[in-house]
Ligand binder design. Structure first.
Ligand code: BGC
Length: 271
């Protein structure tokens, strides 16, 4: 897919949490292509994070990998310290790290509930807070961007579509939606832009069972009016636009990038 916003982020420094796989990796690639320096946060699969750094560098970009569990305050602090020491500041946070721990509700353990909430929601809180503090300290640098900083809260269509068997995940994403909006309202006057992206079914490891066999894929496509599964770069492109000055007046909005999944596809014939 062509990226028509070449180098639109030149001179900016971005952090992508969960940047070593799936949507996060595509986002890191897209940000680097658009000219940003990219810090790729990871917790597991260190080799993937380093491979992505090498790929971006081979392509003429600048990147580094930083290990941290986004749900742990001390690790988030250390991650930001390292990034700020290396590159001076941060202009873009993509709070992307997210997990699923699926279970029927009557069998869901407290650990499954807490793990999902702590990564998907507390992780966004800790990273966004560290980013906001740095944006406030630095303020607007007009040569770099017309805003003091941008935050993307990576959510899901399940911030509005209920999801049986995934109550912990849907609850975390529904909460992330109001987290994003409330924070956007609070910091907009500081020229900090906070927005959300809600992907639909994107072909990544998190939902492999939903697309890896032809039967599963056919079932999944019934939920997608556009009749294709999303690719990680569909999200990468959306992120680039939403953190660029091209979207400067977009505040507290969620962009659904879902092939129409949120359009109640069952009603195309029903109702
Ligand atoms: C989930 C995927 C799922 C998609 C659409 C995402 O947020 O992580 O597992 O396929 O929503 O249902």
């Amino acid at each position: 897919m062509p990226l028509s916003m070449e180098k639109v982020l030149a001179g900016q420094r971005a952090l992508v949490t969960g940047g070593n796989s799936g949507i996060g990796a595509a986002t890191a690639r897209a940000l680097a292509k658009a000219g940003a320096r990219v810090a790729i946060n990871y917790l597991f699969n260190e080799a993937d994070a380093h491979a992505l750094v090498n790929e971006i560098q081979a392509d003429g970009g600048e990147a580094m990998a930083i290990k941290a569990d986004v749900s742990q305050e001390d690790q988030v602090r250390a991650m930001f310290d390292r990034m700020l020491k290396t590159w001076g500041t941060i202009d873009i946070l993509v709070a992307n790290a997210g997990i699923q721990r699926d279970a029927p509700f009557h069998e869901m353990t407290l650990d499954q509930w807490e793990k999902v909430l702590s990564v998907n929601l507390t992780g966004q809180f800790l990273c966004a807070q560290a980013a906001v503090r740095e944006f406030m300290r630095r303020g607007v640098v007009p040569e770099v961007s017309c805003s003091a900083g941008k935050i993307i809260s990576m959510s899901s269509v399940h911030d509005v579509i209920p999801w049986a068997g995934h109550v912990n995940y849907a609850a975390s994403k529904g909460a992330a939606l109001m987290f994003m909006k409330s924070l956007a309202q609070e910091v907009a006057h500081l020229k900090i832009r906070v927005n959300g992206i809600s992907p639909g079914a994107i072909r990544t490891p998190i939902n492999r069972t939903a697309w890896e066999t032809p039967e599963a894929e056919a079932e999944l496509l019934k939920l997608i009016p556009y009749e294709r599964i999303g690719e990680p770069m569909d999200i990468g492109h959306a992120v680039v636009w939403l953190v660029s000055d091209a979207s400067d007046y977009v505040i507290g909005t969620t962009l659904y990038v879902d092939g129409g999944m949120t359009l109640y596809p069952g009603f195309r014939e029903g109702g």
